[in-house]
Write a protein that binds this ligand. Structure first.
Ligand code: ADP
Ligand code: MG
Length: 308
């Protein structure tokens, strides 16, 4: 798939401190790309390089097959991590002003803002002063202003911080919808909940280095351990448990069911398939639960950082 954005071997030092060390990413057109990593990893620095706010010491960025240039600012909608609006201005006034900075005419900006304010059910905030809004409310306004000019690349730096779960969900749905309408999205986060639902691709940055990247499903396959959660009903749990433990690698399972069956985690060795396990179990009792444990983005994040 063609890439909308490529960062090649980007490095950046602040004094003697290396904030980015030789980091490359490739963001396919039409995808949602998650830039993941603990606090201080270098995510915002990379985002600032892509937005031409920070100059890299070495490396370069390609946007839509062109080396990054000042005019590309118009092609990118950027929600910065440090969010600032002019506190004494009114919401509508400010949104119109920011929209015009992005190159929209006043009349076009009004039409689009009305659409978005209706969508997010914030129409009655138009005449409020920014200082009357909560942090989450102000963030909603900034989200609207970021996406308003339909840029081909959207970059959200920690878009969910500051939102309650309901509004975080609403923003998540809007990001998915923007992708379905053709936008390419990069977002950074140090929290993994949003990653599963949103990301096609991820890059994990840790202490200024990229330590993992690729398609999320491929990474999940790479990190999976062939472990299954099983539940089985028999007349004699303890002898079956012993028998299973002799044949397979087992550990206690902690999932909940409404029954009182024997519950175990079973790890398959390379010579056994899931069907081998399942047919063995069905010969021993009534199987009530059989689920492959796929590592979550959170498991992968913790594992990759620990291994590094
Ligand atoms: P992240 O967004 O992953 O939390 P950042 O990219 O903001 O991390 O920061 C990475 C590291 O670079 C941090 O240790 C931070 O203190 C440092 N850093 C970022 N910007 C500057 C700057 N302008 N001057 C000095 N150090 C900076
Ligand atoms: Mg950051």
């Amino acid at each position: 798939m063609e890439n909308l954005l490529e960062a090649h071997a980007v490095s950046k030092k602040f004094g003697h401190f290396t904030a980015l060390n030789n980091v490359s990413i490739a963001v396919p057109k039409g995808s949602i790309f998650g830039l993941l990593g603990p606090n201080g990893a270098g995510k915002t620095t990379l985002i600032r390089v892509i937005n031409q706010i920070t100059m890299p010491d070495s490396g370069h960025v390609i946007l839509d097959n062109e080396p990054l240039q000042p005019h590309h600012v118009r092609d990118i909608g950027y929600l910065p991590e440090e969010r600032g609006l002019y506190k004494s201005m009114k919401v509508g006034e400010q949104a119109l002003y920011l929209a015009q900075l992005k190159g929209l005419s006043k009349s076009e900006a009004k039409v689009r803002l009305k659409y978005w304010f209706d969508r997010l059910e914030i129409g009655d905030w138009w005449n409020k002063k920014i200082q009357e809004l909560s942090k989450g409310m102000a963030q909603k306004i900034q989200f609207v202003v970021t996406v308003l000019h339909n840029p081909k690349l959207l970059i959200f730096d920690e878009p969910f911080s500051g939102f309650d779960p309901i509004n975080a969900n609403l923003i998540k749905d809007e990001i998915l919808r923007l992708k379905n309408e053709g936008a390419t999205v990069i977002f950074s986060t140090h929290r993994m909940e949003s990653v599963e639902e949103l990301c096609d691709h991820i890059a994990l940055i840790h202490q200024s280095n990229k330590i993992l990247d690729g398609k999320l499903i491929d990474i999940k396959k790479q990190f999976k351990t062939n472990t299954f959660e099983i539940g089985i009903r028999t007349n004699d749990d303890s002898s079956l448990q012993k028998e299973i433990a002799d044949k397979f690698v087992v550990s206690p399972a902690d999932f909940r069911t409404i029954g009182d069956e024997l519950k175990l985690k079973v790890k398959l060795t390379d010579n056994l398939s899931p069907n081998d396990l399942l047919s063995y179990l069905t010969s021993k009792g009534e199987v009530s639960h059989f689920v492959e444990l796929v590592p979550s983005a959170n498991d992968i994040f913790i594992q990759a950082v620990k291994n590094h």
